[in-house]
Each structure stands twice: as structure tokens, then as C-alpha cells.
Design a protein around this ligand. Sequence first.
Ligand code: BES
Ligand code: ZN
Ligand code: ZN
Length: 491
Amino acid sequence: MQIEIQNKTVAEVEADIEIVCVIEKETSHPWVEEERSLLELAGFKGEQDEICLLAEKRRLYVGAESLHHDDIRSAFAAAIRRLRSTDAKTAKCGLYLGKCSAQNVKAMAEGMVFGDYEYDAYKSEKAPHPIKKVTICNEDFKGKSIDFEKAQSYIAAAVTTAQATNYTRNLVNTPPDDMTPDMLALKASALAEENGLECVILDEKGLEAENMGAFLAVSRASDHPPRLIHLTYRPKKPKYKIALVGKGLTYDSGGLSLKPAEYMVTMKADKSGACAVLGILKAVSELKLPVEVHGIIGATENMIGGNAYKPDDVLKAKNGKTIEVRNTDAEGRLVLADCLCYAQEKVAPDYLLDFATLTGACVVALGEYTTGIMGHDRALKHSFSKAASNAGELTGTLQFNRYLKKLIKSDIADVCNISSSRYGGAITAALFLDHFIEEEYKQRWLHLDIAGPAYVEKPWGYNPAGASGAGVRMTVKWFEQIVKESERDKA
Ligand code: BES
Ligand code: ZN
Ligand code: ZN
């Protein structure tokens, strides 16, 4: 599906169908007034994402609660989704500019790309995508105006970011036997090849050479060997150097602390952090953002077997710290511990972010749709959550405290991989990771627990059932934000 903008009014453009967005149930607007009685007859109220297709009039109406960018994103996704069950090949619409014009134009384009997404790789009958072209016309419903060239670049950027999000969704949705650690590494090297990234992949021997005793223990009982993936996007004059670490559990059975059957389903999505990192690298390299980005992924399975690591084992991580294992299902933090050490040692980044479907406790704390943000620096957490909200992703910050910190003390080793309390699990997991963050990186580190939003089994808003690509849009937005801020500081 191609999305373009033309310097014409809606009436001047030819298309099979026109999309009209009804904002705040406002049916007195001229674009809507013509068909008000028909809309009333059809029972159309203009609720968020409500659709009314007047086929004879060649118009599709969709409701949006407000001009907020996320309402617009959602409405356009709903409109395109509905058009997929029609024969319309081309569509047109006007502009719905809000407080920030750039944000709303981007939201329209993103919504359209999301509305056209469906994961059908394993269906014999493929999903229809009849709409080939959508023309956004340079005519705002409230008469506002936008610079045409700028609007063109906003649309291109939004399509790139949304497609990178869909790329992440596809990787996460892929079943575990077809997305093994080795396969994920192949996908990463294909991305590197296509987008001109550097790519280093370590196998078991490489992990041994790096003294990654925690990561290796988790991977031991799997028939699919682990991989550490390190991709680098190196632009000419970067403003920042950033390391992104991703949890890439291509399957989490729980290991010997085996998950109950109903909790094991969906654990193919335990690689979502890794896949988000790949999506972010795809987007930043295509957008040519002036930030050097390192993606470091720990890819492995957590399985059972005669050689499985066990509760009671003591492991030694890359930084020399010893870890008492009391639950093999708290495996993500073990893999991340070694990958975080690797990132600090090899990259020496300005900022260090990790993405992980780390804890069920984070889902209990914030609900299914919200990413948990944790870290030591208030300003950094605030800066990131602002970017997330501007990108249309939900976040909530969870605070560290000294009492929770004590709960992961071990009698036998430097730290224990689970808390002694059943409460506060998202934070105690982050406090475990904190043991692997060197003093000089404490204020530059953010931990993002995406266990909730990365994979939801029912559709929500413009997100389909399954993988959402959580983490991609917010991080790209944060990069844009810190680059802009650094330019402003210079001026
Ligand atoms: N991958 C899971 C966390 C998870 C749960 C992600 C639900 C997405 C949805 C993680 O490895 C895990 O099993 N964590 C345990 C930790 C516990 C043993 C301390 C959990 O959350 O129950
Ligand atoms: Zn687990
Ligand atoms: Zn896990």
C-alpha cells in the first residue's frame, strides 16, 4: 500500500473511496453535513473507531474521540481495516491537524500502515490487501495548513517506522521452531546486509570466551545453540552512542521450574525485546538518524533436559558476580546480566537501554498494555516516557527502593535470581539487573519491561491480536527527541 500526499483538495483527487473522519461526533462539519441524514439513519454515532460505509456515496466515515494523535492513528487504522473487505483499490482523505501538525500527519500514515497489517504467514488463504494507494490531500478539515514538503517527509518517516514495527511483529509472531536462536541471528545478519549495519555473532565458544556463565547456563538444555547478536549502525557524525540490549528467549518453557501448561502458551513471544531491538535498528538506519546504535541480543531457549541448569546452582556472570539460582524460570535476567556487561565493556555507550518481556509481575502492576520503565535517573525516565507518549505507546514508571533491594540477597552467592517476597517482582527483577550495571552507567541505564504490551492475545486499538511491536516507536521517537534537544542546546 502506497501512501502519498498531493497538493490538491479532496474534491480534486480521484479515488474509489473517500475516508471522512468525524471528530468529537461533530456532524455539522461541511464534509459530513451532506450525508448527515444518511449517517443518522445508519445509526452512526461517531464513537472512536466506529465505521459507517456509505458505498453508494463512495464514502467511509470513521469516528475519532478527539484530534489527539492516538485517536487519529486509531481511526485511520480502523478505516483501512474496514476497506480491506471492500474492492476499493484507491482511497483519499483530508488532513486532521491537531496541536502538533507533524504528529497528526504521522499518526494518519502510521494508522494506515497498521490497519493494513495482518499476520498470515501460516494461513493457506492469505489476507486480502485491495487498497493499493491512499492519497492524503493537502486540505485540513479546520482550514489549518501545513508545509507540503515537510508533510511529505513526515509521511515517509511514519511509514518507515510503522513498517519497522510490523517487521518486529512478524519476527515475534513466528513460531518457536521456525525462529530458533540461530534463525534469529540469520534474520539479524540479513537486516545488516540490507541496511548496511555491522554484524557480529557469537556462538557457544564465543560466549565461553566472554565468560558469560549465566547466559550459557540458561541455554544448556536446548538442542538449539545460543547466539549473541551484535549489530551496529554507525552514521557519519553521531550525536550519541547508544546500546540497546534485547532479551531473545525464542522459547521460555520455564526450564526445570517448568511453567504450567496454560502459562507456557505465548512464550514464543519471550523474544520480543530482541525483536524490538532489530526493529529499532531497521528504523534508525532507514531514517538515517544521527545516533550510533548498537543492538545486543541474547538469543536462546530455556528448556528442560538432563543437562539443564538447576535451582540451587550458582552461576558466574561476565563481570565475575556469582548468582544463586532458585528458579530457572527467572532466566531472562540471567541472559540480560551477561549481555548488559558485554554492552558496557564493548560499546561504552552514552545511554544503555534494555528491552525485555521480563516479568509477569509487570503485567500485574501496570496491565497488559503498558511498558514498565525502571532506572536510577529521574530525568532520563521522564524524557523516555514523554517520547513514548508522543509515539502513541503507554508507559508507567516503577520506583526502586532499598527494601526491595534487600529481597534479592543470597546466603550463598552475591545475588539471588529471585526475590524472597512474592510482591514487587518487576522491580526486584530490575534491581537484579542493577547488579550488572557499572557505577558510571547507573544514571544512563533504563530497563523497559515489555511483558504486557509486546504480545496480547486479543486486538487492542490499532494493535492486532499477537505481537504489537512494543518498544519500536517509542525508542525511535526518543532518539528524535534527544537529537532535537542536543541541536537546540547547541543553538
Ligand atoms: N518470560 C517470563 C515473563 C513473562 C510472563 C513474560 C508473562 C510475558 C508474559 C519470565 O521469564 C518469567 O517467567 N518470569 C517469572 C519470574 C519469577 C519466576 C520470579 C514470572 O514472571 O513469573
Ligand atoms: Zn521465564
Ligand atoms: Zn522469560
